[in-house]
Design a protein around this ligand. Sequence first.
Ligand code: NAP
Length: 251
Amino acid sequence: MTADGKSLLVTGGSRGIGAAVSRLAARQGWRVAVNYVRDQDAAGRVVAEIEQAGGEAFAVQGDVGSEADVLSMFEAVDKRFGGLDGLVNNAGVVDVASRVDEMSLQRIERMLRINVTGSILCAREAVRRMSTRHGGNGGAIVNLSSAAATLGSPGLYVDYAAAKGAVDVFTLGLAKEVAAEGIRVNAVRPGIIDTEIHASGGEPDRVAQMRDMLPMKREGTADEVAEAVIWLLSDASSYTTGSVVSVTGGR
Ligand code: NAP
């Protein structure tokens, strides 16, 4: 236990990588706000698991792409924890495989709203609470990027890749902006990880299809990504900011 009761908000903490981060953070002593947008049962299961293991957590509903939802989500965290020490901007979406010349405006706007605007809005609220400039005690923000940001994802979801590229640059800029205010900002760049995100993009077999093309000949697990996120949240990475850590198995 290293976090010693510090408080953490994990967006999209109910499933996949976010759920793994929430569980591991709780084991390290973080009090965890587990955000979800739709699947209340999944969020409830993560909270129950944490509580059964002796940790503290609560579920908080909200769409990171809605400013009103983001504000109420952070107010719920204020009320429950009385402060904030960490944010994991994990909530993210893909969409069905598509070429750019086939994309609707609605799809592109949703992709950018949830993956980019959502991360920036949540970071804004976290900085307002954690920055020493605003009377806070400092803290750490970890954004979930993607190997797509370096590969471009042609024919699949170039809009998603562009959104994650924006997350990388946002990480770099915000890290420098708040470095002297006690806040570190880093990103984790997962490769092919075994979660339900692939099915939600209409590619339930993507992991199996990609396996043999990956350098390690296997996909990664949500737990392996969570280890990097937790390190970046912790004091063990105290001189690391503005970094993007790849968890891609060499891809
Ligand atoms: P996932 O299994 O599909 O889980 C997504 C989580 O985000 C769920 O908890 C979901 O909540 C939540 N969510 C979705 N839209 C939301 C919104 N608008 N507001 C709040 N929460 C929302 O995804 P994952 O694979 O764990 O991915 C997590 C992050 O890693 C994403 O940013 C993704 O882009 C990134 N990533 C994943 C991979 C991979 O291979 N899996 C690779 C690279 C990057 P509900 O349960 O309520 O739907």
